[in-house]
Write a protein that binds this ligand. Sequence first.
Ligand code: ACO
Length: 468
Amino acid sequence: MATKQETQAEPQVDASRDGASRGDTLSVTDNRTGKSYEIEISDGTIKTMDLRQIKVSDDDFGMMGYDPAFTNTASCRSAITFIDGEAGVLQHRGIPIEQLCDKSTYLEVAYLLIFGELPTPPQLERWIYDVTHHTFAHEDIKKFNEGFRHDAHPMGMLLANVGALSTFYPDAKHIDDDEERYMAAIRLIAKVPTLAAWAYRHSMGLPYVYPDNELSYSENFLSMLFKMENTFKADPRLAKALDVLFILHADHEQNCSTNAVRSVGSSGVDPYSAVAAGVAALYGPLHGGANEAVLRMLRRIEATDNIPDFLESVKNREEKLMGFGHRVYKNYDPRARIIKKHVEEVLEATGENPLLDIATELEKRALDDDYFTSRKLYPNVDFYSGLIYEAMGIPTEMFTVIFAIPRTSGWVAQWMEQNSDPDLKIARPRQIYTGRRDEDYTPPEDRDGPEKITGPPAKRPKKPRRGA
Ligand code: ACO
């Protein structure tokens, strides 16, 4: 793009993109040089590559954007999930999440995310048949599980096993083959619940339960978790609540784990490996691990009388109010509103839980407190989901694993969209280099400094280290 001093730039028009505001440009003046630039605006966005023309000299690399957590940078174009964080709106392929939770099922939503349209009745029948008939995992996966310590975190096991699936389906590396993509989508959505349930059974020292093709997706998962004798019948209220939770967690546009899937997927790797990256990102306490952290927080609070002291410690920044706050929602997370309705139904089936009283009171007090409302901190999806899982008898360590089950369909949908995107390039951010340059190598005998390595290795571990 030419500078204004060279030519008077015509407004840029990109007619190829729907919704582009035609003729919109941004005028930028670089006060270092006095030069002005016209930068095209499309979809309310500028291309940061257009900043590169802004230079102080011919050998200057050119200007870049600095956005370490992508807080104001669109990394892709996507037509899957729409969020209006200020208004608390979430839609999949344009359909509000409230309608999907009310009228649809998780498997239908998974189809919608991946294929872009709700399925016709025969398409849905075929889709459910295909998912249901790929739920078995290779017997060798059981051997992997046996290699884990008895107290291995199930999310670590899931992460390893999802990555391992790529070795069972090596043809998945043909990522441009539609048939392979379809099979990978089916296998991932079908097998992740089996791998998740087996991780749980391993941690409990219980024999693994095989999938039951007669059951619905959520009933089958509950059966693989809890079946002890020949028959297992999930309470329909619990199966329904779990299905709704699956819908609510299916996709959430460019969150940390989806960004990980897209970043790894941009290298052209197979979808199992890309999805394993998503599982790894979801493992973190600021993302999928938050509902686990919420339960631990509620247990630590112990009684409603302790809530004021707890909130004081949050305000003093000694604690975080887990399950509150969101990068995108600066209003009540719409998913939290829907889940809240199901908590009571689940507790009707499973019996009272004193943690619910603590959660309800904590939410009320936080929303009455200017510290939280002025920062737009409202309950997010994880504030109540953990209570439902706990009421179902699911141990806390499994919460994030259960989050990964429905999110798999979102990851697959995003991976597929990415691989059909003409703008796809391998992800490779820039950096602002802040280190030293052109230093000479110092021989060991000429080096000064403390004897000990600073940081963790020099400190005594608080607990004895486990194992070798
Ligand atoms: N408790 C107390 N204070 C908080 C919290 C919280 N949960 N979340 C944010 N704040 C405060 C910050 O300290 C900051 O205050 P300041 O401006 O006075 O410094 C302000 O609110 C803005 O917070 P940021 O950290 O800038 O918000 P960001 O968008 O980076 O973080 C996040 C979002 C990570 C979700 C954060 O709110 C958080 O850690 N929440 C708790 C963990 C959680 O529930 N995660 C689940 C997210 S939903 C999901 O992944 C499915």
